[in-house]
Write a new protein. Structure first.
Length: 279
């Protein structure tokens, strides 16, 4: 029974009766047919006006006649027979709901709190009203249960690295249950994953050690490559007699002219003579 229409109907009857007895004191003793005409017209008018409903572009009205489903109407203007018919409007737009934080335990016994959001829409308003008591509450409960089930089967590393796959699995799990209610799940997004503070510190130290390891390996590879290039350059200079002298002149020129620099030249020919004498 439409509560608003019934209240309007009863209120109109009371107002008309009060008006009639206020301005027609003789009616307290006798009721003339001509005096009853305004009352009848007022009741008919209230009966007609109280049944007018307007559904927005994104709404659909589920009409019930004496408690039984009659049809689905809207959008636009519609008329509902007072007392006999009732209507419930359903929003068919994409709805967004924040799933409360869920405390879950991963497969490797790590506690985590996950905050998420669900995006869904009513694809079949008739099923959404007739198949489940409160489809909004039911969708939220299924989303929370699916989140705990999916995350509980994963390790912490998988939870942090495979967020897209986790969201898809949760959406498919919820979709399989609520599809019979005329609900379509568009997406489920994991917004935040909170870990214990001690575990965050351990992960931070692990990440720092990993970065130091990569930096040390990179430096060692750079030193090895530099030494190989220097060895090749030295061998090539030694094979070319004038190359060593040019390199020596470049080094002397790089020192610059200044009183604080003392340069002692040692001819390379003497070095060769000493090598021959030692042999």
């Amino acid at each position: 029974m439409p509560v608003r229409g019934a209240l309007n109907f009863i209120g109109a009857i009371i107002v008309v009766i009060w008006y009639f007895f206020l301005f027609y004191p003789t009616a307290r003793q006798t009721l003339v047919l001509t005096d009853a005409i305004p009352i009848v017209l007022g009741l008919v008018w209230c009966f007609l006006v109280s049944g007018i409903r307007v559904a927005a572009q994104w709404e659909r009205g589920i009409v019930m006649f004496l408690g039984k489903y009659k049809n689905t109407r809207g959008p636009g203007l519609m008329y509902i027979i007072p007392v006999l018919e009732a209507v419930r409007f359903v929003d068919t737009r994409t709805l967004v709901a924040n799933v409360p934080k869920q405390k879950v335990i991963t497969r490797d016994n790590v506690p985590a709190e996950i905050d998420s959001a669900i995006f869904y829409m009513v694809a079949n308003p008739e099923l959404a009203v007739l198949s489940v008591q409160n489809y909004r509450f039911a969708v939220m409960q299924y989303a929370q249960a699916a989140l705990r089930d999916v995350v509980g089967a994963l390790s912490l590393d998988e939870l942090l690295a495979e967020r897209e796959q986790i969201q898809s699995r949760i959406r498919e799990n919820v979709e399989s249950h609520v599809k019979a209610w005329g609900i379509h799940i568009d997406a489920i997004r994991l917004q935040d994953i909170e870990l214990p503070e001690m575990l965050k510190q351990m992960m931070s130290r692990q990440a720092s050690a990993e970065r130091e390891k990569r930096a040390t390996l990179t430096k060692a590879e750079g030193d090895l490559l530099a030494s190989e290039n220097l060895a090749k350059a030295a061998s090539q200079m030694e094979a070319t007699p004038g190359a060593m002298q040019l390199r020596a002149f470049q080094t002397i020129d790089g020192l610059g002219a200044g009183s604080s620099n003392t340069v002692i030249l040692f001819p390379l020919e003497i070095q060769g003579i000493l090598k021959d004498m030692l042999k």
